[in-house]
Design a protein around this ligand. Structure first.
Ligand code: ATP
Length: 207
């Protein structure tokens, strides 16, 4: 039995004086795909931010890799986060953004060409990200997150802007990541993505 990647115990978060997460207990094992589901405002992004060490708990405990998540190089070396759209480097193409990601990591999970193909970007690789469509830009964000090596993937609404065919393809790409031993926690409103995952609600008490 492997040690869990994530545990939370009685996690409580208040924002602006209002309780957002209450007594959340969650255990996530290596290789699991977990979908955090629930209505708008139910606390999905807040939970992901807690797991990424970007939102402190009001009370309770969060452990990621056995320790409280720390916003440091060792933590981010193991964790890939997809949240809001990043700032793009002016003058660099979509492909060059992926080349940059590949260059700074000693062992990328895939080559830039493979990532371009997997994320259906080959034909638009020479365009700057801001000249891509919304869905193409989201595919570029996902390509960057999955090209780099990581053991935990935190995704906030990865389906944003994606068409139905690519949402299906993303299910397979995440399954492949988990087959390699990676762990995925994603906030999602997409029923197809959630169907292939263990579903938890931030409002309920996880297992
Ligand atoms: N900085 C903040 N200050 C006060 N309240 C906040 C703050 N950020 C978020 N909230 C509130 O916390 C609650 C949870 O927000 P959160 O973004 O986690 O929800 P969500 O489940 O991800 O929603 P969505 O499905 O719309 O993305 C919401 O009611 C939101 O208005």
């Amino acid at each position: 039995m492997h040690d869990p990647i994530i545990t939370t115990d009685n996690l409580m978060v208040e924002l602006g004086g209002n309780p957002v997460l209450r007594n959340l207990r969650l255990t996530v094992s290596p290789g699991e795909i977990v979908a955090v589901v629930g209505p708008n405002g139910s606390g999905k992004s807040t939970l992901l931010r807690c797991l990424a060490g970007l939102q402190p708990a009001t009370s309770g405990e969060i452990r990621v890799f056995g320790e409280p998540p720390a916003d440091d190089a060792a933590f981010w070396g193991r964790v890939a986060l997809l949240a809001d759209e990043p700032a793009w480097y002016p003058g660099l193409t979509a492909r060059e953004h992926l080349e940059l990601m590949g260059a700074v990591h000693a062992r990328p999970r895939m080559t830039v060409d493979a990532a371009m193909e997997a994320f259906a970007l080959t034909e638009r690789g020479d365009a700057p990200p801001l000249n891509l469509s919304t869905g193409q830009r989201q595919r570029l964000c996902l390509a960057a997150a999955l090209l780099r090596p990581s053991t935990l993937l935190l995704l906030d609404e990865p389906e944003r802007g994606l068409d139905a065919a690519f949402r299906d393809r993303l299910t397979g790409l995440l399954a492949a990541y988990a087959d390699e031993g990676g762990t995925v926690v994603m906030a999602t409103h997409d029923e197809g993505l959630a169907a292939g995952a263990r579903q938890i609600s931030p409002a309920g008490v996880g297992a």
